[in-house]
Design a protein around this ligand. Structure first.
Ligand SMILES: [Zn+2]
Ligand SMILES: [Zn+2]
Length: 358
């Protein structure tokens, strides 16, 4: 006879021989059988029912913690907490914990500003910038719907540029164009670059297509494998393009809910090469905060240039505001310097060092 939950339960009922039941079944016990049947080894005494149900609940919760739920959790808390950090000279800052989703209206502006700021120290090392856009043909767009395929393609493109002679660069996906809400994945590539002679440019495009796409795709799509190039030769133009590339393009979750779920934990910005040169230009005046934000986004104090150590434990943003936090930009706050606790301000009250002699 197969062991089912029902038979197990039956064994527990007081028998005719007067054996004591080893547990007392509850009236709703009949709702359990299917689950226990899946475990034919469940011959041992059934656990008290309450804990079985707890266990099932816990299992159900684990299953529910999909990326969608995690997004939902992230949305729920977007911006309501921040982490506090201090540099070696005790300048204090706080950064809001944002969900970072492109379509979140609460944090989109902050996230775009932080993204731009993180790239700024690199881009400022370029005296002139080349801007490439690799566009996936519309027919092939459905293949670029997973993190894996986008990562793989991005890697291939970076390698292609490396092989074509670009020693360093930055890449970032845009998922949609400006005209409609159809998926339109294109990879932006920022490199050191200037004007290229048209003939030379065509050769370079051919090389890149060869390195990026397999032969059958090149044959089939030919010039539909769009590889565009332009260059930016002034700080203002470079900043404009940087802002354009750093901006979000996935502005509403319902444009593509499936892709939205897939993008949880997708790192869209990537870089290759060495970025150890001196900065070639200053950020233009309309981006006055950009340099300070770049420091903060890279974990450096903009005042004394020492490293900022961030707390592990988040603090509610409202609490920080009550403490006199002043909003800066990109979701960062400047916090007032901590006052020494009463009694420790004057040296008279300090505990003398161990080797102190009176
Ligand atoms: Zn958000
Ligand atoms: Zn400092």
């Amino acid at each position: 006879m197969p062991i089912t939950a029902a038979s197990l339960l039956h064994r527990g009922v007081k028998s005719k021989q007067g054996k004591q039941p080893f547990f007392t079944p509850r009236p709703n016990a009949a709702t359990l059988p299917e689950v226990l049947e899946d475990y034919p080894v469940a011959r041992r005494d059934p656990a008290p029912q309450g804990s079985v149900l707890d266990y099932l609940d816990r299992k159900a919760n684990v299953a529910k913690t999909s990326y969608k739920t995690r997004w939902e959790v992230a949305t729920h808390y977007c911006g309501s907490y921040a982490v506090v950090g201090r540099c070696h000279s005790m300048h204090r800052y706080a950064k809001k914990i944002n969900c970072g989703r492109e379509w979140c209206e609460l944090c989109r502006e902050d996230t775009e500003a932080r993204r731009l700021a993180r790239w700024l120290p690199k881009v400022r090392q370029m005296s002139s910038m080349g801007y490439w856009v690799i566009t996936i043909p519309r027919e092939l767009a459905p293949l670029m719907r997973t993190k894996k395929s986008m990562r793989r393609f991005g890697k291939k493109v970076r390698l292609a540029f490396k092989k074509a002679g670009y020693q360093r660069g930055l890449t970032r996906w845009h998922f949609f164009g400006d005209k409609d809400h159809d998926l339109f994945p294109h990879l932006n590539v920022l490199v050191d670059g200037k004007w290229i002679h048209p003939g030379e440019l065509e050769d370079l495009k051919t090389i890149l297509r060869e390195k990026i796409y397999p032969k059958y795709l090149r044959k089939r799509y030919q010039d539909k494998l769009v590889v565009n190039y332009s260059y930016r030769d002034t700080p203002a133009k470079i900043m404009h393009t940087l802002k354009y590339v750093a901006r979000a393009t996935f502005l509403q979750e319902d444009w593509d809910k499936e892709l939205a779920e897939e993008l949880f934990n997708f790192r869209n910005c990537a870089a290759w090469g060495k970025w150890d040169q001196a900065q070639k230009w200053d950020a233009p005046h309309d981006h006055d905060h950009a340099a300070a934000l770049a420091d903060l986004a890279n974990g450096i104090c903009p005042v004394c240039k020492t490293k900022i150590t961030w707390d592990r434990k988040p603090t509610p943003t409202t609490q920080l505001l009550a403490q006199g936090a002043v909003q800066f930009c990109g979701g960062y706050y400047l916090l007032p310097k901590l006052r020494a606790p009463p009694g420790t301000r004057s040296s008279r009250h300090r505990k003398p060092p161990a080797n102190h002699k009176a």
